[in-house]
Design a binder for this molecule. Structure first.
Ligand code: GLN
Length: 277
């Protein structure tokens, strides 16, 4: 059977399982199973699919029909045009989180300066590693409560050759810092902000992701509050904290910092806040 026929069968199965982007998912999974890119897929559409590839592809489709995210099946996800390793130990990087990078680049356009940045709750490391790549003289401290996620994050720092400038520490929010931690030029965080009520209505795919990376099991705002309240203890005077949020919105701004602005995603939803100390 040709690659095209295998694809058509797979798309029908994914549609029956209510996968929204059935064609795109099937193509991504076939390219990964076959080890080819999109151009090669078009060229080889009428070739017979080798039986070993067909076998791997059909296993991928079974997993995707159970609504396992494509990123976990292929083990990677693109963020800010770079590929990051992912596993079910880490949240899959989202396009909306790229806004944090965009805002930091606006606040600090001199990408050659030797800044000191922090990424709290780094997960796959996508924020910390991206800023280390974009600011080649910066040092970044990345923290996460999950030791397992730090293994993935470290692998991504190696992949993007920034291990020497990204330091990883295990700990809950600011508790990962010690007495020697210097004040930062900016702190960035995409913390768990899905409220416990919202968790019930999530797409099936999100149940494959680590729930401690999605929800604070409260109103969504509890970790954002701690991040903002304690930021002045860890920021240089005049430095910034940038946080992502979702439906829960942003907590009341603590007196010690000033909210500069909030930002919205391409769909017009509130997505984050930028504050200055
Ligand atoms: N953006 C994620 C979502 O799909 C939530 C990630 C987070 O809680 N930080 O809802």
């Amino acid at each position: 059977m040709s690659a095209k026929e295998h694809l058509q069968q797979a798309i029908a199965k994914l549609q029956a399982a209510d996968c929204e982007s059935a064609r795109l998912d099937a193509e991504c999974l076939l390219m990964h199973a076959w080890g080819i890119n999109r151009t090669q897929l078009i060229i080889k559409a009428h070739d017979d699919l080798p039986s070993d590839v067909a076998h791997i592809f059909s296993e991928y489709i079974v997993r995707r029909c159970k609504r396992e995210p494509v990123a976990y099946i292929i083990g990677e996800k693109e963020f800010w045009s770079r590929s990051f390793n992912v596993s079910p130990d880490v949240l899959i990087p989202r396009p909306e989180t790229e806004h944090l990078i965009e805002e930091l680049l606006k606040l600090y356009p001199d990408t050659q300066a030797p800044y000191y940045f922090a990424d709290i709750g780094t997960g796959s490391g996508c924020i910390a590693i991206t800023i280390a790549c974009e600011y080649p003289n910066a040092i970044v401290l990345a923290t996460d409560i999950s030791e397992k996620s730090l293994i993935i994050a470290r692998s991504n720092a190696e992949k993007h050759v920034v291990s020497e400038r990204v330091q990883f520490k295990q700990g809950d929010l600011y508790q990962a810092f010690d007495a020697n931690t210097q004040a930062f030029d900016a702190i960035l965080s995409n913390p768990p902000y899905v409220s416990v009520d919202e968790m019930h209505g999530l797409e099936q795919e999100l149940h494959h992701e680590p729930s401690h990376a999605l929800t604070d099991t409260k109103d969504g705002l509890s970790l954002l509050r701690i991040l903002l309240n304690e930021a002045p203890n860890h920021l240089k005077q005049g430095a910034y904290i940038l946080v992502e949020t979702g439906l829960c919105g942003l907590p009341k701004t603590p007196d010690a910092i000033t909210m500069l602005y909030s930002y919205h995603d391409l769909a017009g939803n509130l997505r984050g806040g930028v504050y200055q100390y």
